[in-house]
Design a protein around this ligand. Structure first.
Ligand code: OAD
Length: 227
């Protein structure tokens, strides 16, 4: 299951490319690239501070709860939850195992070395914070444009092996995530999209509407039998 910002829309977190999208106030190159961080760390820190505070105030919605129920019942090997979202709401809903391929608002990382230990953060980031290993400044643990998403090997294996590929609330424009439906279809999976707007891709089935409305009954249906 691959999710995007639409999964959290009903929790009050704006999508990126919607009419009220977060990018509207900021160009992507102002806030979501390593170059932006070098140029104006205060602006970038503030942008992610606001998003962290908003995510902490938001509550998981019925769609997060439904996916959590499915993963708890069928287990994390059978139900692989991959999300592009950085809000942590699937984990807060109680999902046992979530692959956050674009990072997390709730962690900081070393600016100099990606393999240095992450640091948990709540509320605004301390601008003076340093890496515990090398004393370099800390930055949001977000995968910015031009950087490599997390766990790509694990995700590719899961996509190639799945029998059902479910895409929830993503516009399918940011790669590599946007290419997973082609990979799944090519490997023989049945592909299903839940999204009020067509995102495009080789889907066998599309359910048009909000994930918070559609996912709970779909999961009930799946749990009542074997898809
Ligand atoms: P987008 O904002 O591009 O797309 C959100 C999708 O959610 C759209 O296709 C909407 O139609 C759909 N949507 C809106 N409300 C919904 C609802 N209630 N239920 C289901 N779907 C709904 O967000 P993403 O596809 O997640 O990357 O964007 C991908 C990446 O672009 C993000 O992870 C982010 C951004 O740059 C990083 O931050 C690295």
């Amino acid at each position: 299951m691959l999710s995007g910002a639409g999964l959290s829309a009903a929790s009050g977190i704006p999508t990126f490319r919607g009419a009220d999208g977060l990018w509207e106030g900021h160009r992507i190159d102002q806030v979501a690239t390593p170059v932006a961080w070098k140029r104006d760390p205060t602006l970038v820190r503030r942008f992610y501070d606001l998003r962290r505070v908003a995510a902490a105030k938001a509550e998981p919605n019925a769609a997060h709860a439904a996916l959590t129920r499915l993963q708890r019942q069928w287990g994390p090997e059978r139900v692989v939850l991959v999300t592009q979202n950085v809000d942590g709401l699937l984990t807060r809903a109680g999902a046992p195992s979530v692959i956050e391929m674009h990072g997390s608002l709730h962690r900081l990382r070393c600016e100099a070395r990606e393999d240095h230990p992450r640091v948990a953060v709540s509320g605004p980031q301390d601008p003076e914070g340093e890496c515990g290993l090398c004393l370099a400044p800390l930055r949001p643990d977000i995968v910015w444009f031009g950087e490599t998403p997390h766990a790509l090997g694990r995700i590719s294996e899961a996509v190639a092996a799945c029998t059902w590929f479910l895409s929830v609330g993503t516009s399918g424009v940011v790669y590599p995530a946007a290419g997973y439906v082609e990979q799944a279809a090519w490997s023989g999976a049945t592909c299903l999209e839940i999204n009020p707007e067509p995102a495009g891709g080789p889907f066998n089935y599309v359910l048009r509407g909000g994930a918070e409305t559609l996912l709970p009954s779909l999961v009930d249906h799946w749990l009542a039998g074997t898809p």
